[in-house]
Design a protein around this ligand. Structure first.
Ligand code: HEM
Length: 421
């Protein structure tokens, strides 16, 4: 094999960010990100099958870009997709059939739409949900106990628990849960042979969307006819400038909440447990001092960083770290890289259940800062608050596996052997 030159190594590292397989191997991912952070923190990537983009890997640069939401727009390319899927989604947009969610919108349309659900996600409102969450967490740990002494924690606990939590908040019946679990995993895991719809083509992705739209269209009609006081009723009956949301926007809202509120938190919970098993000293520390749990939750979120990237497109010619970027060019904000940035975190590759301060960027920043951040923190904390006191011992029981994705994902398999009281 010929030796790789520094330029070739950077080219390969940039291209790795557009390869879903990279995210199945944390060592490979973080080697590429560390190289970029140190030698080319604003790096132009041309990867086969993708429209070009700039990879942004420093915490400070990502923060500055997210702060300026008039210069850096979410539309028309909020997420990294293949060029073929970019094109298919563009076509759906021109037909009025594309997702119209918060992450697809910019000022001034974004804020009124966000305001519709914002009240529901404030910590004060969510506190009323705490008892229900604890109950839900207990149910899932009971299921784990029934499966004992071994289970795939990712499938048995980490995947269903956050989905139940978010669909309960939305107001959907339990009979919908299995179908939604399947559809959201297909939507986010469409690059993965096991969780996607098979071939990873634009058609797979849009056919999952069709199914989700079909599922949610009549929910709007039902909640308009008979409002029930749940979040779905709030969305169905909300008005902007005196008008109800059109069907597409309402359905997109449910889909965003159901999907954004699910795989993200389940990846954090599975990755968090994996971190505790592979750092037994930190597990002991947490069991001895449960007051550390909020800090441990924050560290699990930093450690896992389930959202791999969002994108922004420049509205005008500008510079990042002195590098010129032209109007219309897109940047990829690498959250896993920001969360291992040596300028911000002391020993970033150490899992520290009591890390303080912890300026993790996993929820993004600014106008689009994760709407569900407080809920996600509550869910993770509630689950480990139930699990840890009952856990007499736990170890890996096989090889863990990570989802192939460039967007949202984490552990899809976590075989564990344990004893629970
Ligand atoms: C947006 C991460 C859980 C709902 C986002 C963004 C990130 C993110 C990175 C984009 C932020 C930006 O562009 O600056 C996460 C992580 C989670 C999580 C790491 C779990 C650990 C949740 C949950 C919900 C949720 C439980 C519940 C519904 C949303 C929504 C948006 C969003 C609605 C769009 C906000 C907007 O564009 O205004 N999330 N999320 N997320 N998240 Fe989360």
């Amino acid at each position: 094999m010929p030796a790789t030159t520094p330029t070739q190594a950077l080219t390969q590292a940039g291209q790795a960010l557009a390869d879903p397989a990279t995210y199945t191997d944390e060592h490979h991912l973080h080697s590429a990100l560390t190289l970029l952070r140190h030698h080319a923190p604003v790096h132009h990537v041309t990867a086969p099958g993708y429209n070009p983009f700039w990879a942004i890997t420093r915490h400070a640069d990502i923060l500055a870009i997210e702060r300026d939401h008039t210069l850096w727009l979410n539309a028309p390319r909020p997420v990294l997709r293949t060029a073929a899927l970019d094109q298919a989604l563009h076509t759906r947009r021109t037909q009025g059939k594309a997702l119209a969610t918060l992450v697809h919108l910019d000022h001034p349309h974004h804020r009124p739409l966000r305001a519709i659900a914002a009240d529901w996600f404030r910590p004060a409102t969510l506190r009323t949900l705490d008892t229900r969450l604890r109950h839900l967490a207990r149910r899932h740990i009971d299921t784990m106990a029934e499966h004992g002494p071994a289970c795939d924690f990712a499938r048995t606990v980490a995947a269903p628990y956050p989905l139940h939590a978010i669909l309960t908040l939305l107001g959907l019946p339990e009979s919908d849960f299995d179908r939604m679990l399947h559809l959201t995993q297909q939507l986010f895991g469409h690059d993965d042979d096991e969780t996607g719809r098979g071939t990873g083509t634009p058609h797979d992705h849009t056919s999952v969307l069709e199914d989700l739209f079909a599922h949610f269209h009549d929910l709007t009609a039902r909640r308009r006819a008979h409002p029930t006081g749940d979040l779905a009723s709030r969305i169905a009956n909300a008005r902007i400038d005196g008008r109800l949301l059109d069907d597409n926007t309402a359905a997109s809202y449910y889909i965003l909440i159901a999907t954004a509120g699910h795989d993200t938190t389940s990846s954090t919970i599975a990755g968090g447990l994996h971190a505790l098993i592979t750092h037994p000293g930190q597990l002991r520390r947490l069991r001895e001092d449960p007051a550390l749990l909020p800090a441990a939750t924050e560290e699990m979120i930093r450690w896992v960083t389930p959202v791999k990237a969002f994108m922004r497109t420049a509205a005008a010619d500008t510079r990042v770290r002195g590098v010129p970027i032209r109007a219309g060019e897109s940047v990829l904000l690498s959250y896993p890289s920001a969360n291992r940035d040596e300028d911000v975190f002391d020993e970033p590759f150490r899992f520290d259940a009591g890390r303080r301060p912890n300026r993790q960027l996993a929820f993004g920043f600014g106008a689009h800062f994760c709407l569900g951040a407080a809920l996600a923190r509550m869910e993770v904390t509630a689950l480990f608050a139930e699990l840890l006191p009952r856990l007499a011992g736990i170890e890996l029981d096989g090889e863990p596996a990570w989802t192939a994705t460039t967007f949202v994902g984490g552990l899809k398999r976590l075989p564990v052997r344990y004893s629970l009281t």
